[in-house]
Design a protein around this ligand. Structure first.
Ligand code: ZN
Length: 410
């Protein structure tokens, strides 16, 4: 929202540290797409947010999918003949294939080998592997859990913020999005806002599919949205456009990044990645982009034990949150106005508006000229090559002088 203020409430380094501390607390928990690890994580988030917890029974049909059985783990290990735990779940929850069925068996190394996964280039890293939708007959029926927070605004139209929270001890992929969404929800709940906001903390893929299947009536209200993931590493920021390509969220995120002074890239929609795959499927085609730093699957630490607490940085988390906040703030303030004196330029001097100089004066002229009902403030900023905030300030001054009125407010 406001720019980086060294010691203020919006200070990126201070909020970054708060996000990091939350991630530290969530990191050891063994999460999966279902089960107690996910619930325990939601309980931690409930200390920060009045999150509603939803439970959807195993076996529920959700579009082409079925909510899987519940996976809970107490312990797992591979012992050698001397009884030493060579592979130990207690040392890292990534040592077990997520959602795998229980087994107790003595076997030779040759028999065990097909069940072992390694990273030849990084022998000391543990790969993150799952078997969610394979035969899981030995698992128990239960439910799929997700957290949802709805913050009503002045309007019914919503901004949807979604993050996946189903990975075990992985920091960037998963926990960075969870931490940033939590802090963002906290900030929004403390300020007046025009849009209503909905935050989803869901298991990846099946959670988004389940939410969409259960909430089709809410879809028409979703005006903008963002998927947040992979926001704590030190790569440049990546904004992936919605499938629509030029939705307001795409324009807002691009404008903020281009004026941020930060290294970034803006890429087109691609049906590979996080839950934008579901939100932007053709039957929904929501105006939802995805904000990350290094895109999913493109860095060596991705889905390995090296995506740990050292891989993410508080400053990068704070910086990422600032970008999200600024893009949302822009959407909150973006309106279309009508020039009330459209025949020739109004006389600015007699209204005390001509004393302004440079960019501020040019902004007044741009806003007056393009406020014909078909250009919003972001459009004007883009056409004028100015910062949104300059154009927004000019509009406020013109409204004050009764030369402008908002089109969508009677
Ligand atoms: Zn992942």
């Amino acid at each position: 929202m406001n720019g980086p203020d060294k010691d203020g409430i919006m200070s990126p380094s201070r909020t970054g540290r708060e996000i990091y501390e939350l991630i530290q607390e969530l990191y050891p928990i063994c999460r999966s797409i279902t089960g107690n690890g996910f619930r325990q994580s939601m309980e931690i988030l409930q200390r920060h947010l009045p999150l509603a917890i939803q439970e959807v029974p195993s076996g529920t049909k959700v579009f082409d999918w079925t909510v899987p059985k519940e996976w809970n783990i107490r312990d797992a290990y591979v012992k050698n003949a001397e009884g030493q735990r060579l592979i130990d779940f207690r040392k890292s929850n990534l040592h077990v294939v997520g959602h795998s069925v229980p087994i107790r068996q003595t076997m030779s190394l040759e028999e065990l080998r097909p069940h072992l996964f390694t990273l030849p280039q990084h022998a000391d890293w543990i790969p993150y592997k799952t078997s969610y939708y394979e035969e899981n007959g030995d698992l128990d029926s239960g439910s799929l859990t997700y957290g949802e927070l709805y913050l009503p605004g002045n309007e019914q139209e919503e901004i949807l913020i979604s993050c996946h929270a189903c990975h075990p001890s992985l920091c960037n992929d998963n926990l960075s999005g969870v931490g940033i969404a939590t802090m963002l929800a906290k900030q929004i709940s403390l300020t007046a806002h025009r849009y209503s906001y909905r935050f989803l903390f869901i298991p990846g893929t099946i959670g988004a599919i389940t939410w969409l299947a259960r909430n089709e009536d809410k879809i028409p209200n979703i005006r903008h949205g963002l998927v947040l993931a992979g926001l704590g590493d030190s790569s440049k920021i990546t904004y992936k456009r919605s499938r629509l390509g030029d939705a307001d969220i795409d324009r807002a995120a691009s404008h903020v990044l281009q004026n941020s002074g930060l290294a970034h890239q803006i890429v087109d929609f691609d049906p590979y990645g996080y839950d934008e795959r579901q939100y932007c499927s053709p039957g929904f085609n929501l105006a939802m982009g995805c904000l990350s730093r290094a895109p999913s699957g493109t860095y060596p630490e991705y889905h390995t034990s090296a995506d740990d607490l050292d891989f993410i940085k508080p400053d990068r988390l704070g910086e990422s949150l600032c970008i999200v906040s600024e893009a949302l703030h822009l959407l909150e303030s973006n309106r279309t106005y009508m020039n009330m004196n459209p025949k020739c330029e109004p006389q600015l001097g007699k209204r005390g508006l001509y004393s302004s100089i440079g960019e501020a004066e040019r902004a007044l002229l741009w806003v007056l000229n393009l406020s014909d009902g078909s250009h919003d403030l972001l459009d004007i900023a883009e056409k004028a090559g100015m910062r949104f905030t300059s154009v927004q300030e000019a509009a406020a001054r013109l409204v004050h002088s009764q030369l402008l009125r908002p089109l969508d407010i009677p």
